[in-house]
Write a protein that binds this ligand. Structure first.
Ligand SMILES: Cc1cc2nc3c(=O)[nH]c(=O)nc-3n(C[C@H](O)[C@H](O)[C@H](O)COP(=O)(O)OP(=O)(O)OC[C@H]3O[C@@H](n4cnc5c(N)ncnc54)[C@H](O)[C@@H]3O)c2cc1C
Length: 374
């Protein structure tokens, strides 16, 4: 596919055009939509303010099955069969029923982009007026428009989502050089009253961070504290807001995918596989429109329902997210230990994977959907 580096200065030529599908945002969500449209024959334009893979947006941890299903193991850095959970009074190892891996963001985005045949341009989206997307390089028009622009929901109706009062968490991490063999999390109020800390080793660097479910609680000092406790350098910061509630997946004729639709899971703040999963679902609906098998309105309705039908696990996880900070610290250790039996871990993590299972890539039905699509 023709891919160009982020255009700067004089290179930022005017960009004013029509296309069949306009995908705004070239991270996990946007790239997954684009992948489903490969070979459809449609004129698909994808835009992002940065070059593809230029700005890492997460700690880049994902169930390994997703890398395998999408043919992205070339980006894999480290794989973990256990999760180590630290509480103030106990450390517990969960033997996971499936493995979790860290990956390199730039490599993964490049590999995903190679599976698409979209045209890519760097442009910053400013706003939308009907089916016109206004960018800093000009106006783009398409009958099918996807917002994969992240938590701000830039193409939504009315004002963009505004922290700190929206249903958002905040996360910040440092990326020191170093190593490790464990995937670790800390549920400990010394770092954050409601949230958790993490350390994800990734082949020569470690991603150490803190996420707060309370958007008013600042996480810079806790991140520094956790990194310092781990004898790691506090360098190469990366942080962002993280949605923790589902939002309508369509509105005013626009398809929202990934963080823009609140597809990031509450409690764990895992939003990569869900961005990929809902991106695939959205891409499949768009592809049927391009093939003349359904109208744009039908695609909007079906995708909207598909996303909304996943409300149950999102609601449950939000409840647990709100419950955990209320548990007395002295009870956390025994509770986390009690939940560490092989049987319970297999059951709970099995259901957790089912929310967005990698078998969906190959066409298996969605496992967490209660109502089958007509
Ligand atoms: C510190 C931190 C660590 C995390 N770690 C993990 C993890 O390990 N595993 C996991 O599953 N999830 C993790 N998450 C959550 C995860 O990063 C998000 O859920 C995921 O990135 C959502 O993907 P997306 O494609 O919807 O949006 P994003 O990845 O945010 O991509 C949005 C894209 O839109 C572009 N964009 C935004 N605004 C504009 C604009 N106005 N014009 C043009 N382009 C624009 C951006 O450049 C970007 O490329 C983490 C989040 C944070 C903050």
């Amino acid at each position: 596919m023709p891919r160009r580096a982020t255009k700067r200065g004089d290179e930022r030529t005017p960009l004013d055009r029509d296309c069949d599908v306009l995908i705004c945002g070239a991270s996990f969500a946007g790239l997954a939509v684009a992948r489903e449209l490969a070979g459809s024959g449609a004129e698909v334009l994808m835009i992002d303010r940065y070059e593809i893979g230029e700005r890492q947006t997460s700690a880049c941890g994902i169930p390994t099955g997703w890398l395998e299903a999408l043919g992205l193991t070339g980006a894999l850095q480290q794989t973990f069969g256990e999760l180590v959970i630290h509480t103030p009074h106990a450390t517990v190892r969960y033997d996971l029923p499936w493995t979790f891996s860290t990956f390199d963001y730039r490599t993964l985005c490049g590999l995903l982009a190679d599976q698409t045949d979209v045209e890519f341009e760097t442009a910053k989206v400013i706003e939308r007026r009907g089916d016109v997307v206004v960018t800093d390089r000009g106006e783009l028009r398409a009958p099918l428009i996807v917002d994969g622009l992240g938590w701000r929901r830039v193409l939504g109706v009315g004002d963009n989502v505004q922290p700190p009062d929206a249903l958002l968490s905040r996360g910040l991490e440092v990326h020191p050089f170093g190593g490790g063999s464990d995937l670790e999390v800390w549920i400990d109020r010394r770092y954050v009253p409601a949230g958790y800390g993490w350390s994800f080793p990734a082949d020569g660097e470690v991603r150490i961070g803190v996420g707060s479910f309370d958007p008013h609680f600042h996480v810079k000092d806790p991140t520094i504290r956790l990194a310092t406790d781990l004898n790691a350098d506090t360098v190469r910061y990366q942080g962002n807001w993280i949605p923790h509630a589902l939002r309508p997946a369509t509105d005013d004729g626009i398809f929202f995918v990934g963080d823009s639709a609140g597809h990031c899971l509450p409690l764990t703040a895992e939003g990569i596989r869900t961005a990929l999963y809902f991106g695939i679902a959205c891409g499949r609906e768009l592809r049927r429109v391009i093939a003349g098998e359904q109208s744009r309105e039908q695609a909007l309705a079906r995708y909207h329902r598909f996303s909304a039908d996943h409300a149950s696990p999102f609601t449950w996880m939000l409840r647990v997210q709100r419950l955990i900070p209320r548990v007395a610290p002295r009870l956390l250790g025994p509770a986390v230990t009690a939940m560490g039996t092989k049987r319970f871990v297999d059951w709970s993590f099995g259901h957790y994977l089912d929310v967005a299972h990698p078998s969906f890539v190959a066409g298996a039905p969605a496992r967490a959907v209660s109502v089958a699509l007509a």
